[in-house]
Write a protein that binds this ligand. Structure first.
Ligand code: SF4
Length: 335
């Protein structure tokens, strides 16, 4: 299996006309400059020089929220600049992230001509009330239409979602996940909403009009969402904000469920639920829990929380078992 690498290039959307309540792009825009062509080439070459796997799959990823919101001519300049890397087979594809309401046939034609393979849409929610309260400026139907157009045009589709936006609920989040699956996305990202300095959410938070999810709630909600995507074989590219992408400049977080190991906390929570269920009717108190390779840390839990919980009730031992795969596990009594 070839190793996958992304080469991220951040294109800030300086003139974004929207006012999404969670976004501080005005503030970000003041601090992040548009990378020059030389800079972009340097970024790509520097990354390529660090890749060690012979068998690899490399994407150049234009991130920044709204790639197709910039004038067509500028989009073309960026794409033309990196085209030689694709033609020389140093890079296998290009991915961009954008808004659902900035997808049309003209844009898709351009992206196809320049080897873009994946388009990620910031869907955020498929609940119109949540979108309206978050001042996203588009509705769920627009995301549905854009998704279909992207797939019909032969691109891979990524759909990102946020949880805990104003008006959101676990039920609405599950509805969003089920629409992402039904629309045929190949990948997703799940971002818990956090309150960033100098945003509308920040003001609402100060005024007591908005309360972000607690870390526990965000973990619990996400633990419901992951299995939906896993069952549909959708690539979950990110769970939780990365310090460098959501908390731009690193000092902007006011409140909300941010944790650098958010994904691990969620996986640990999923294992805790499974182990509770599997052990509740056990009639033995000494047993071994056989776990598939790669899952043992999550089964043991963040800071060994699941193991400590089991140890307070039973005499248990975790054993890695190569005959198991994914989240399969087996409990064997020890006599
Ligand atoms: S999230 Fe994207 S669309 Fe919304 S205000 Fe920020 S940059 Fe603009």
């Amino acid at each position: 299996m070839p190793k996958h690498y992304n080469i991220p290039i951040f294109i800030p959307e300086l003139a974004c006309p929207f006012r999404c309540v969670f976004c501080n792009q005005r503030k970000i825009s003041g601090h992040i400059s548009i990378p020059s062509p030389d800079n972009i080439l340097k970024i790509v070459n520097n990354h390529l020089a660090t890749f060690t796997h012979e068998s690899r799959n490399v994407d150049i990823a234009f991130f920044g929220g709204n790639f197709t919101g910039i004038p067509l001519q500028e989009q073309e300049q960026y794409l033309r600049l990196v085209e030689p890397f694709v033609l020389s087979h140093q890079v296998q594809g290009i991915r961009i992230s954008t808004r659902p309401d900035y997808i049309n046939e003209q844009v898709l034609d351009l992206l196809r001509r320049y080897h873009v393979t994946t388009i990620e849409l910031g869907a955020q929610s498929f609940d119109d009330e949540v979108l309206r309260k978050s001042y996203r400026g588009h509705n769920a139907l627009q995301t549905e239409k854009a998704s279909r157009l992207i797939l019909e045009s032969g691109f891979h589709l990524g759909l990102q979602m946020m949880i805990g936006l104003p008006g959101d609920s676990l039920q609405a989040a599950l509805h969003t996940a089920s629409r992402i699956v039904a629309l045929g996305a190949t990948s997703t990202r799940i971002y818990p909403t956090v309150v960033i300095n100098q945003t509308a959410l920040h003001q609402w938070y100060e005024e007591g009009k908005y309360q972000p999810l607690s870390l526990d709630e965000a973990i619990r909600w996400t633990a419901h969402l992951l299995p939906v995507f896993e069952a549909a074989d959708i690539d979950i590219l990110r769970v939780g904000l990365h310090q460098s992408e959501g908390l731009v400049l690193g000092k902007e977080l006011i409140a909300g469920p941010f944790h650098p190991q958010f994904r691990e906390l969620v996986l640990s929570h999923i294992w805790r639920n499974q182990l509770e269920k599997a052990t509740e009717s056990l009639e033995v108190s000494r047993f071994e829990i056989h776990i598939a390779p790669g899952q043992i840390n999550y089964a043991v839990g963040h800071k060994k929380s699941n193991k400590l919980w089991l140890d307070s009730r039973y005499n248990t031992r975790f054993i890695e078992d190569k005959q198991l795969a994914g989240q399969e596990f087996r409990i064997e009594a020890v006599r």
